[in-house]
Design a protein around this ligand. Structure first.
Ligand code: CP3
Length: 343
C-alpha cells in the first residue's frame, strides 16, 4: 500500500496496513534544506514561484520516507493578499499585515474579483507537485477559516487578545459578516481550483477558533466553514482543525468534514471511540516533544497509538505545527515508531 492509498483509505474509514502520517511545519524552520533555500529567497518569493514551492513541498517527503502526504508549501495569508492586503513577518516573530480594516470604507478596498487569476501560482505549483509525486503520495491543500483570516485582517497581524476583531463582532456584526462572506467566497473559489489542480484533501485551519466567545462560535466561525464544505465538499474531502474548541465536538461533526483534526489538548480516544463514527480522526502528538530526546518521543508516540487502539480512520499528525527547535533524530524516532506499530 502506498501513501496515496493509505490516506485515501483512512479518510474513507477503510482498513490500512499502518496508520498514515503527515504533518505540517508551519513556523518550523527545523529542516536544514529549508533554511538553506530560505537564505537565498524570501518567503513570499518561495510561495509564489511554482518551482521553488514544489521544491520546498517535497523536502520532507524526500528526507522521511514514512510520510504519506506532502503538504503544499504556501500560507493561509495568500487569501488576504489576493483580496488586496499584503502580509509580512515581524522581526522577532508573528505576522504584520500591510494595513488593517478600521473604518467602513476600508472594507470597500477589498475585492474578490479575479481571485483565481491572482492565485494562479498556487494552482500551477499543485499541478507540478502532483506530477512529481505521481500516484505514490497524497498531496494536501489547505486554507485558513474565514474567521482566522479575519483576525489577521482586522487586528493588522498576529494578536494577543483579539480585541479589535471582537469589538467589530460585538459592535458591528453586519461588517464582520460582510468580511466573513467575502472571505468565504474567495475560499470557495480557491478550494475548487485546488481540487481541480490535483489535491487529495483540503485542511481548513481555524487556528484562532478559540478567540470566538462560545456563544458566537457558530456565527463567527463554524457557519462559514459549513458553507464552504457545503459548496466544495462533494468534490474533495475536508479536514477541519479548530484549535482550542474541542467542547464543540458535535458541531464540528455537523460541518460535514470527513476528517476532524485534534490539537494536543484533546484525547484522541474521545473521538475515535465514538459509536457509529463516520469521520476520520487526525492527530495529535504534542509538537513540543520533538525538541526532546528520541527515547521520550518513542514512548509518547507508542502511548498515543495504544490509546487509539486498532481502529480504522486515524491519521497520525502533530497537534499543531512543528517547532523550529524540533530535532531531526526525534522526528525520525516518531516516524519509525508509527511505522513499527502498524495500524
Ligand atoms: O507545512 C508546511 O510547510 C505547509 C505550509 C504552511 C505554512 N503555513 C508555511 C509557513 C501551512 C499549512 C501554514 C498554515 C498557517 N500559516 C497557519 C495555520 C496553521 C496554524 O499554525 O494554526 C497560520 C496561522 C499561518 C500564518 C503564519 N505563517 C504564521 C503565524 C507564521 C509564523 C510567523 C512567525 O515567524 O512567527 C507563518 C510563517 C510560515 N508559514 C512559515 C512556514 C514554513 C515559517 C516561515 C519561515 O520563517 O521560514
Amino acid at each position: 500500500m502506498n501513501g496515496y492509498q493509505r490516506i485515501e483509505k483512512a479518510i474513507a474509514l477503510e482498513a490500512v496496513d499502518r496508520t498514515p502520517i503527515w504533518f505540517m511545519r508551519q513556523a518550523g524552520r527545523y529542516l536544514p534544506e529549508y533554511r538553506e533555500l530560505k537564505s537565498r529567497y524570501d518567503f513570499r518569493t518561495m510561495v509564489q514561484t511554482p518551482d521553488l514551492a514544489t521544491e520546498v513541498t517535497l523536502q520532507p517527503i524526500k528526507r522521511f520516507h514514512q510520510i504519506d502526504a506532502a503538504i503544499l508549501f504556501s500560507d493561509i495569508l495568500v487569501i488576504p493578499e489576493a483580496l488586496g492586503m499584503d502580509y509580512d513577518f515581524r522581526e522577532g516573530g508573528g505576522i504584520e499585515m500591510d494595513w488593517s480594516l478600521n473604518t467602513e470604507s476600508d472594507f470597500n478596498k477589498l475585492s474578490v474579483d479575479a481571485v483565481e487569476e491572482k492565485l494562479d501560482y498556487v494552482f500551477r505549483a499543485i499541478a507540478q507537485i502532483r506530477g512529481e509525486l505521481g500516484t505514490e503520495k497524497a498531496l494536501l491543500g489547505f486554507g485558513g477559516s474565514p474567521w482566522t483570516l479575519a483576525t489577521y485582517m482586522v487586528e493588522g497581524g498576529s494578536s494577543k487578545d483579539f480585541s479589535k476583531v471582537k469589538s467589530l463582532g460585538f459592535e458591528r456584526p453586519d461588517l464582520l459578516a460582510k468580511l466573513l462572506f467575502l472571505l468565504s467566497e474567495a475560499l470557495i473559489r480557491y478550494f475548487r481550483r485546488m481540487q481541480e489542480s490535483g489535491v487529495q484533501a483540503i485542511q481548513i485551519f481555524d487556528s484562532w477558533g478559540s478567540a470566538c466567545p462560545g456563544v458566537y462560535y457558530e456565527d463567527w466561525s463554524l457557519k462559514w466553514i459549513r458553507r464552504i464544505i457545503d459548496e466544495v465538499g462533494q468534490r474533495v474531502p475536508f479536514i477541519l482543525f479548530s484549535k482550542g474548541m474541542g467542547a464543540y465536538r458535535d458541531e464540528w461533526i455537523s460541518t460535514g468534514a470527513k476528517v476532524i483534526s485534534l490539537d494536543s489538548s484533546l484525547r484522541l480516544s474521545d473521538f475515535t471511540q465514538l459509536p457509529n463514527r463516520k469521520f476520520a480522526v487526525q492527530g495529535n502528538l504534542d509538537p513540543a516533544l520533538l525538541s526532546l530526546d528520541p527515547e521520550v518521543v518513542r514512548k509518547a508516540t507508542r502511548e498515543l497509538l495504544q490509546a487509539v487502539g486498532p481502529t480504522r480512520g486515524h491519521i497520525f499528525n502533530l497537534g499543531h505545527g512543528i517547532m523550529p527547535t524540533a530535532r531531526l533524530e526525534s522526528v525520525e524516532a516518531m516516524l519509525e515508531t508509527v511505522e513499527d506499530c502498524g495500524a
